[in-house]
Structures are given as C-alpha cells and as structure tokens.
Design a binder for this molecule. Sequence first.
Ligand code: ADP
Ligand code: MG
Length: 383
Amino acid sequence: WQTAVEEERAKEFYQKYDPKEVIGRGVSSVVRRCVHRHTGQELAVKIIEITAEKMTAEQLEEVKSATLKEIQVLNMVKGHSSIITLIDSYESTTFIFLVFDLMRRGELFDYLTEKVTLSEKETRSLMRALLEAVQYLHSRNIVHRDLKPENILLDDQGLLKLSDFGFSVQLPPGQKLRELCGTPGYLAPEILKCSMDETHPGYGQEVDLWACGVILYTLLAGSPPFWHRKQMLMLRMIMEGRYQFSSPDWDDRSDTVRDLVARLLLVEPAGRLTAQQALAHPFFRQYQREDARVFSPRKSFRVLILSVLACIRMYGRYRRLRPLTREVLARDPYSVRGIRRLIDGCAFRIYGHWVKKGEQQNRAALFQNTAKIMLLGLEELEP
Ligand code: ADP
Ligand code: MG
C-alpha cells in the first residue's frame, strides 16, 4: 500500500512537470531544468535516485533520511531573498523530486572560473547577500555545513541564492556537533580537530563563518587560501590557520578586506566573527563603497600614463629611446621601474591629498604635475 501511494507521487510529478536537460550534478543527485506543464514556468528539479542497484540497504536508508531532513530544513528557511525556494517535493520508492526556482546563471563557482577574480565591489555585494543568508539560518539555529561556491547559485539578474541544504542541521543553542562532513578545502579547523580528538568539545555554527572566509578569500584571489597537492598537508594548513595574502593577487586589495578575511579565518571559533558582526565590518559600510575604492596606481593613472606617453612622443624624446625601452613603454609603461617609482611617489602624495579633499580635487593640476614629473623622470630612465 505504501509503495502504491509513493508511485502515485512520482506520477503526479510527471503529470505536473516536464523534466528537460541536465543542468547540474551532485553526489547522489541530478538536477534538470523542468517546465510546469500548465503554466509554462521554468523551474529546476533535483532528482535523488534511491535504487537498490547502486547502493546497499543501509546507504539507501541513509540517502532517504538525509533527503527528508534536507526537505525539512528547506521548508524552514524558504522565503529569504538570498535562499533558494523549495517549491514542491515528491517522494516515490525509487526517486525523490525537489522542485526549486531556476537559477539561470548557475553556480558562483563557474562565474568565478570565468572571471578568475572579482572586484572588491562585486565581492562586497555577493558576500553581503551570503552573510545575510547565513545570519538568517543561524538565527533559526540551522548550520549549513557545506558553504562553497558550487552551492551558491545566481539568478538571471546575478543575484545570489544559497542552496544545497544536504548537510544542514538544526542545532539548538548550547549543543555541539561532532560529525566530520563538508568539503575538504572549506572545513573549519575545529571540525578536523574534533574528528581526531575524542575530548574535543565539538563544533557549532561558527564553521559556516570559516567557510565564508574561505569563499571571500577565493573570490578576491582567484584561488583558495588553503591548498596543497597532498590533502593531509592541506588539512594541516587549515588546522594551523596557515594562509598568506600572496603577491600579486593581493597587491591591490584593501586593508579593510584583508582584515575581514583574517577575522573570519580565525582558528579559534570563539573569536571568529559571527554573521551579524561580519555584516557590521567596515568592509560592508556604505561610505566605504565610494571612498575606500581599491587604489591601484596602475589602474587609476592609466589614462594619465598613456597621455604622458603621447606627450613624450610629441616632444620627440620617444625616438631617442632604445627600441626595447620603447616596446616596454608601449606595452606596459607602469612596469618600467623609473616610471613606476615616479607614479607611485606622485600617486602617494596626490592620493593622500585626494582622500582629504574628496572629489573636488583639481584634476587638471593633478595631470599637469604628474606629466611634468614624469617627463623629468625620463632623463633618469634612459641615461
Ligand atoms: P548535491 O547536494 O548533490 O551537491 P545540489 O543541490 O548542490 O546537489 O545541486 C547540484 C548542482 O545542480 C548545483 O551545484 C548546481 O550546479 C545545480 N543546481 C542545483 N539547484 C539548482 C537550481 N535551482 N537552479 C539551477 N541549477 C541548480
Ligand atoms: Mg552541492
């Protein structure tokens, strides 16, 4: 009888939805685009297979109960603008179907792969949405436990929604977890420590903020903070909280965002920022958006550098330079030591001034001064 009812549920799913191409895969699931037959609305369906062929009876039960827990959590958290909405669910003996809103731009992971690194501005808006979702989960005593760019999806407007609640659990205040689960590169030190030491008190929702720190770092650097070819060594790096703001990836990043990374990637969970504290960090403050733009002389003075090069040409000095110098100058003037020193020195004085005076700075004077100094500096460049 039970089976018959469940088979009915599968039939109901197929009557209501038309599954289309595969848009994603997980460990025990396939995600397809699907169309609501009646309204034509496009959605996503996560299909979890629970057939005896590939799994032992024990594994089968495990997948089933894990999925039921996932559905339970999804129903508790839906409604937040940065969290995926579970629209419908169907359980049958062989499949479980979870219907979600369709996130057309896919995983943050793929977006990052395409862009390599993101600007601080873009990182700020994505991290704000992510931390708001985490804050919402934690206020409902839910720990996500699998935060990573593969589980963060983007809709057609590029807005972020947190998904994949497969490892999420409800954790009443004061209680701790011990289970080793998540994805290696994103595991917090205390998860690893407690799996190795029976006397360890266990871990709590702080693990999600560690993962947020790993994500923040990765978005800006284009590579993860903890990585080693040998996984054991990577795990040791995590436990010791050993990472670097390596050059050149971090050269142009603000001290503000480095500070936020450091406060999230703190080995001691008690000292780590909470989601609410992270959102109150200066990195997210409104005025920071305009003022503390990352200052890169190379970028900020690009037009200036190119204009000055034009001046150099006009003054006929360009022809007197060695061919190699000319080539380098044309390709990347900033890479020439003499020019870089000049621009950096000049930029330092001007930018310091700029910050104080704001946007009212006389750009014409700025231009003239820089051009003058650069022309003088050319003597130094080619003795
Ligand atoms: P698993 O728990 O097996 O990892 P996920 O829920 O993370 O499964 O889904 C696997 C992949 O499917 C995701 O990483 C993503 O690429 C894709 N996916 C999941 N849900 C959606 C959705 N609502 N819209 C678009 N793609 C999705
Ligand atoms: Mg996943």
